[in-house]
Design a protein around this ligand. Structure first.
Ligand code: SAH
Length: 478
């Protein structure tokens, strides 16, 4: 077998990036766009010692779980990796992905495949989109999405995962740029002005936010543009984000007000939130509510508990928890998000929450060691890289009766759970929640309980202190 050979493959599995996996003559082949159950013809692109990559030429016998992608750009675009897989099969794929990571990375060999909560209607679920602007080979202004693993822009203003207003807003901005010959930013020459446009919509409130990310501070005839944008029903906030750095990071840190307020509001469950351009807010509000409900249920609060919410963003989970806890402490690294979090507590008249700006791995040890703040329950919802070791170590020292781990990457989740379970905790429940249909991503919520505390799921704090005191006595005498 050699490069450029045409091979026949039966796809038996799918990898973590949604690629089909098949075997031939002892070689494992990875084939993008092939789905489990397909028989395909593919061209060998790259050969390593025991595995290789091949490109799908055609599907000779389609899998029962194959479906026709709704989006014409599905194969080129880097966004949806699973558009050729039926929605039910996607949920099964995600359940297995979580289970595999827990087994192979976490070492939890007995763990069952978790339930993954899916959507009834898995389209147009995203409340946020960031559209890059650029110029095509003919010199035309384009906006859309980056092709997989590249910065080539595929023109597309109406992504099927996004809201319908995206198209209207992008067309207004594009025609304004054409009228005044405002150039898109060029990543190579670092010239040009418009880098990205961020659009957010509050699904509950119907409020819209537009943030223009510019390689500069000013845009020609901005009043004309804003009055056109302001006419879109729901428009609430128009801002400029200044980003003059040579970077892949989309947003600049400075936000200039242009029209309306600097934020939009939305509601999840009974809580209303204010969201600024720089703040993290889950992109799928319908599923977020189910995710937070699951986290809240796992936290098992009775009203007497002290709870920490690490990586709290704008306080979304903190405020959910605060309704049922005695006291909640939230920690988040982005100052603007903490500003939002504080306003959100006020807005909902929730007074039993304190927010700290800083790194979870620094604030938690500091508050525990210097102020002795304890925890009955710790909720964590870290970014993809998971929790830093000092945060995990402090959690172990604090000995909460429960830890609820919300994760957007089940590989780092598995790594962190391994550490926590080697230090006295055990997995009680795992549920997946599909916040990102048609992509390979999935959120996972996991409940851990403290093995030392018996009965294991008791929330009775008297029990907790009796055991802790007994342990202290034992340590003194030994
Ligand atoms: N729980 C929130 C946010 C989760 S996303 C929600 O559901 O909306 C993860 C958050 O962690 C982001 O807001 C990010 O800014 C924050 N973050 C990243 N690294 C951090 C760190 N080291 N310490 C504290 N927060 C961090």
């Amino acid at each position: 077998m050699k490069k450029n050979d045409t091979i026949q493959l039966k796809i038996e599995d799918m990898g973590v990036n949604g690629e089909g996996i098949g075997k031939l003559d002892g070689f494992t082949f990875f084939v993008k766009d092939a789905v489990v159950g397909d028989t395909i013809e593919a061209k060998v692109m790259k050969l390593k010692k025991q595995y290789g990559y091949a490109r799908l030429i055609r599907v000779t016998e389609p899998s029962k779980v194959r479906c026709e992608p709704v989006c014409p750009h599905a194969r080129q675009c880097g966004g949806c990796q699973l558009q050729a897989l039926s929605y039910e099969a996607q949920l099964a794929y995600k359940s297995k992905k979580i289970q595999n990571n827990l087994i192979h990375i976490g070492g939890f060999s007995e763990i069952e495949a978790p339930e993954v909560l899916g959507m009834k209607d898995p389209w147009r679920y995203r409340n946020k989109a960031q559209f890059p602007f650029g110029t095509d080979r003919e010199g035309n202004l384009v906006t859309g999405f980056y092709a997989a693993r590249s910065h080539t822009i595929i023109p597309c203003t109406d992504c099927q995962l996004g809201v319908k207003e995206n198209k209207t807003i992008l067309e207004i901005i594009q025609s304004h740029m054409q009228k005044y010959q405002i150039p898109a930013y060029d990543e190579v020459t670092r010239r040009g002005l418009v880098r990205h446009v961020l659009i957010r919509k509050g699904f509950y409130t119907k409020e819209l936010m537009v943030c223009l990310i510019l390689n500069g501070r000013r845009l020609k005839a901005i009043e004309e543009l804003t009055s056109a944008l302001a006419a879109v029903p729901g428009m609430t906030s128009i801002t400029i984000s200044v980003n003059i750095e040579h970077t892949n990071v989309i947003m600049g840190t400075e936000i200039l007000p242009v029209w309306g307020q600097g934020y939009i509001t939305d509601q999840i469950g009974k809580i209303s939130y204010q969201i600024s351009p720089l703040s993290f807010y889950q992109v799928n509000p319908i599923q977020t509510e189910r995710l937070y409900q699951t986290a809240l249920e796992y936290a098992g609060l009775t009203g007497t508990e002290t709870v920490w919410d690490l990586y709290c963003g704008i306080g979304t989970i903190s405020l959910f928890l605060a309704q049922k806890a005695a006291k909640v402490y939230g920690v988040e690294i982005i100052p603007q998000a903490i500003e939002d979090a504080k306003k959100n507590a006020e807005r909902n008249q929730i007074t039993n929450v304190t927010f700290y700006t800083g790194k979870a791995e620094e604030i938690l040890p500091q508050k525990y060691q210097t102020e002795g703040i304890r925890a009955d329950v710790i909720v964590v919802d870290p970014p993809r890289k998971g929790c830093d070791l000092p945060a995990l170590e402090t959690m172990i020292h604090m000995q909460p009766s429960r830890i609820v781990y919300v994760s957007c990457d089940s590989a780092t989740l598995a790594r962190d759970l391994k550490y926590l379970c080697e230090h006295g905790y055990e997995i009680r429940k795992v549920t997946g929640c599909d916040l990102f249909p048609w992509t390979v991503h999935v959120e996972t919520v996991c409940l851990l309980s403290n093995r030392k505390l018996k009965p294991e799921l008791s929330l009775d704090m008297e029990d907790y202190y009796r055991i802790k005191d007994a342990e202290k006595e034992k340590n003194k005498t030994s």
